[in-house]
Design a protein around this ligand. Sequence first.
Ligand code: PLP
Length: 353
Amino acid sequence: MQRPEPQEFARVLSSMCTEPHPAARAAAERFLATNPGDPGTYEAVADLEREAVALLGEITRLSDPAGYVTSGGTEANVQAVRIARNRRRDDVDRPNVVVPDHAHFSFTKAADLLSVDLRRAPLDDDYRADTDAMAALVDEDTVGVVGVAGSTEYGRVDPIPALADLAADADALFHVDAAWGGFALPFTDHEWDFADAAVDTMTVDPHKLGQAVVPAGGLLARSPDLLDTLAVDTPYLESTGQVTLTGTRSGAGVASAVAAMEELWPDGYRSEYDRAQSLADWFTAELRERGYDVVDPHLPLVAVDLSPSTIDALREAGWRLSKTGSGEARVVVMPHVTRDALSSVLSDLDRLG
Ligand SMILES: *Cc1c(COP(=O)(O)O)cnc(C)c1O
């Protein structure tokens, strides 16, 4: 029987994951048979996880960060909503969390799992959270406010400092979802991190722009008390309590995250951001020259208005391409996306007419 091969990345245009850095791949293999969920037994990987959190803290400008390496952005967002709910458990019966409409669908899962009401506020006309629209949805039962730093569809960064103020006034947890954007934003002028605003918790995923292997997400918290709201007793492990959602976890993800960040932070991530952003800007200009509508790429993510039949034709030509909710084609300029690849997308578009 023929062994199945994984896909190649050459024509993958819409994924937020990428080829892991070689150092990340090697570290993952070395730590395959470890379980950071049982730190008393698997001490080396537990040490690595502390290092991962410290490095994520450097990237997001949080000294003494609390947190852990999650299975991805979904788990980190679910846990953040759980912290928001548990923190106000004694004084709120019907908790709600206010999010901008572009919040990732993981918040829908979180709300469903945790019986929290999810209130989605409309965006402003540049696809960013509208602080007034968010404020209009906040009431005394609001336990959490979410801002997105690098939105999934258009790569937008919400007004994080203003949303932090809104959350503080409501005594709600302020969570920033930088799952994808977190490894690009340090090299931009955007205000998004723990030093820019009173951010309580943040999602930032090494397995996206961090170039670690899947699964390696990140949840950070300004204070360990916040994570403590998640703790459950663990009678048969060597450690006595656990704040993570999953039990047995991927040591490969943890080790690869550390290896990637040690290798790439900050210079490697900076040069990748510079490369990707200038490629996104170039691709945008080329598309506009051909008469297509393109949403301004604030981060290396290009959303272009192609007809459904053109998108289908590109898919048939082998391009792995997804659409935004309004139907634009979405090109995420990840490390594996090259200028040659985008040139050949343009030739295909020219050929398709
Ligand atoms: C990718 C993404 C997520 C979900 O992360 P997974 O690792 O796929 O679970 C959440 N939020 C944002 C903004 C993302 O880009």
